[in-house]
Design a protein around this ligand. Structure first.
Ligand code: DGL
Length: 267
């Protein structure tokens, strides 16, 4: 039994979609969430720069004595997951491998589509994970930056959004994919719209749900689960000074965030 918190981080508030699934999967666990709202979005940035941010945030959470770290950001996972695992002695879970694994299990025609940020697409991280499991699967990835903008502006439905979704998905339909990975933590918020544009034959995979399943499994396997009956703590940090963490956070997390602690990262 281990009552220390799980650390979860993202470039901003998008990772709250992952936190929401973690809370559903392991409700007794305390959590510390870190959103780098001063530097969001990571998607258009150079991956080397993102890696620097990720190392700083991981150190911040490690110093808070978390027992497990979840990189609730695809771009950060693409930039730094493998290197982070070499540097830290606590378990670290990223969002790419769980989504890739589920896609491999679900594709029948071996054609998988991914929509993600520019950084994640250019890293080829999804393709590499998928090929590790089944080299015969073809992965087709499309950067969908406008969808991040829509979600950040709280535009979660409407004709303009649908048109943008369809524009990004069209080349994937033409490639005949039968599985679509939502390779960005913002996209579960518009999953319904994405599903509506995808048609019946396509299975949509959210990394958030799959990552939360991995968290539950890892805690159990390593004997790190919290004891039952104690109210779990929910702590939130952000780096931005004028972000709308409370408002947007409520929308992402599905429950109210009462306090967000402002902090700085020494970059
Ligand atoms: N959280 C990021 C991801 O999942 C999307 C937002 C950003 O570009 O920072 O890739």
């Amino acid at each position: 039994m281990d009552n220390r918190a799980i650390g979860v981080f993202d470039s901003g508030v998008g990772g709250l979609t992952v936190l929401r699934e973690i809370i559903k999967a392991v409700p007794d666990e305390s959590t510390i969430y870190f959103g780098d709202t001063e530097r969001v979005p990571y998607g258009p940035r150079d991956l080397g720069e993102v890696k620097k941010f990720v190392f700083k945030i991981t150190k911040f959470l490690y110093d808070k004595d978390v027992k497990l770290i979840v990189i609730a950001c695809n771009t950060s996972t693409a930039a730094a997951f493998n290197d982070l695992k070499k540097h830290y002695d606590i378990p670290i879970i990223g969002v790419i491998e769980p989504g890739a694994r589920t896609a491999v299990c679900n594709t029948r025609n071996k054609k998988v589509g991914v929509i993600a940020t520019k950084g994640t697409v250019e890293s080829n991280a999804y393709q590499e994970e998928i090929e590790k499991i089944d080299p015969d699967i073809k992965t087709f990835s499309v950067p969908a930056p406008l969808l991040v903008d829509f979600v950040e502006k709280s535009i979660l439905e409407g004709r303009r959004l649908n048109r943008a979704i369809y524009g990004y998905l069209k080349p994937l339909f033409e490639a005949d994919i039968d599985v679509l990975i939502l390779g960005c933590t913002h996209f579960p918020l518009i999953e319904k719209q994405i599903l509506a544009c995808s048609g019946n034959g396509i299975r949509v995979i959210s990394s958030a749900v799959e990552t939360a399943k991995d968290v539950k499994k890892m805690l159990k396997e390593r004997g790190l689960s919290a004891g039952k009956g104690k109210k779990p703590q929910r702590i939130f940090y952000e780096t931005g000074i004028s972000s709308n963490f409370f408002e947007v956070g409520k929308m992402f997390l599905g429950e109210e965030i009462r306090e967000v602690i402002r902090t700085k990262l020494d970059i």
